[in-house]
Write a protein that binds this ligand. Structure first.
Ligand code: GRF
Length: 210
């Protein structure tokens, strides 16, 4: 069975969407562990409720990022998996860790990359008066939110939207997009070669509508 591990720091609604898709037999993978850097993260409760092993790994006081990431890499190596899924993991991974797991490390970002890398994407979309917003699943590279794009889904920005209404609309699409992309991985449909993605043999990232 295709084996995945999720890394999350907070609420974990994307991890929940993956758990639910697996339970509904829509996503043919085994979620073998959830790792968090936040002992209070709600994602721990979600994973425990689903019977998924959890690991809390947070930096020691004054621990360097590279030392912390080496501990994380050690755990990932020990657990072994086909794909590492970042789902609201709020720490930047070290270049060494990214290189070690290249091609097996993906993230979901609440914007249509390459627009709006980083935080507060919904606020920035509203300030720019964009008509279209969305979410992106991409390979993780050394630059933040900069890796090759695998798939995107668009949502309309409505005139009455607030950060909260927009965040909810994008998040509900994320919950469909992430299990879909993970399913493609399990079926061997996503390839990364020389920094370029192909999905089902078609070069480039794909636009998905739900
Ligand atoms: C999502 O918007 C995801 O795109 C971003 O962090 C948020 C995590 O939400 N990377 P949740 O913890 O999955 O509810």
């Amino acid at each position: 069975m295709y084996n995945i591990i999720a890394l999350a720091s907070g609420n974990g609604s994307n991890v929940q969407a993956i758990i639910d898709a697996i339970a509904a037999e829509k996503c043919p993978v085994h979620l073998s562990a959830v790792i968090t850097d936040n002992p209070d993260a709600y994602v721990l409760k979600r994973a425990e409720a689903a019977g998924i092993p959890t690991f809390v790994l947070k930096p020691y006081p004054k621990e360097s990022s590279s030392a912390f990431n080496e501990r994380l890499a050690h755990l990932l190596r020990a657990l072994q998996c086909d794909l590492i899924v970042l789902a609201g993991y709020m720490r930047i991974l070290s270049p060494a860790l990214v290189r070690e797991f290249e091609g097996h490390l993906i993230n979901i970002h609440p914007a249509l990359l390459p627009k709006y890398k980083g935080l507060d994407t919904h606020t920035r979309v509203l300030a720019a008066k964009d008509a279209v917003h969305g979410a992106t699943v991409h390979f993780v590279s050394e630059g933040v939110d900069d890796g090759a794009i695998i798939a995107q889904t668009e949502v309309e920005v409505k005139p009455y939207d607030t950060v909260d209404t927009l965040r909810k609309r994008v998040l509900s699409r994320e919950h469909k997009l992430y299990p879909q992309v993970i399913t493609w991985f399990a079926h061997g449909k996503v390839q990364l070669k020389d920094g370029k993605v192909s999905v089902g043999g078609v070069p480039g990232g794909v636009k998905v509508s739900f």
